[in-house]
Design a protein around this ligand. Structure first.
Ligand SMILES: [Mg+2]
Length: 111
């Protein structure tokens, strides 16, 4: 089964209450900090991959390490969109196409 935005949203809706462990829904501030945390984790792996590419000493990471953090970011973005009742798939498609038109680029996502 291919993952779609709808499938991710359904899973987030079901898992969020379980994650909250009986607590009230979290604030947008919490969600934003959650996203920033995951973005920081991804940036740290990007730094480690770049460090290795440059031949520097220090701890390293794998592209798979980064992939997992990128996945966390997408999950966090969908949680924010879920709380604000944003249709993420439609919004991404519209924004992608808007940017293509703005810069005269030929690629648009089919409507
Ligand atoms: Mg993470």
């Amino acid at each position: 089964m291919k993952l779609t935005f709808d499938i991710l949203r359904r899973a987030n809706k079901l898992r969020d209450p379980e994650f909250r462990n009986g607590q009230e829904p979290v604030s947008l501030t919490f969600r934003g900090n959650e996203l920033a945390g995951e973005t920081g984790e991804a940036c740290n792996f990007i730094k480690k991959l770049e460090r290795a590419r440059l031949g520097m000493k220090g701890s390293t990471a794998t592209p798979q390490d980064l992939a997992k953090e990128l996945a966390d970011i997408v999950v966090c973005v969908d949680l924010i969109a879920m709380d604000l009742k944003i249709d993420l798939g439609k919004t991404i498609k519209d924004k992608f196409n808007e940017t293509s038109r703005k810069y005269g680029l030929s690629i648009e996502i089919d409507q």
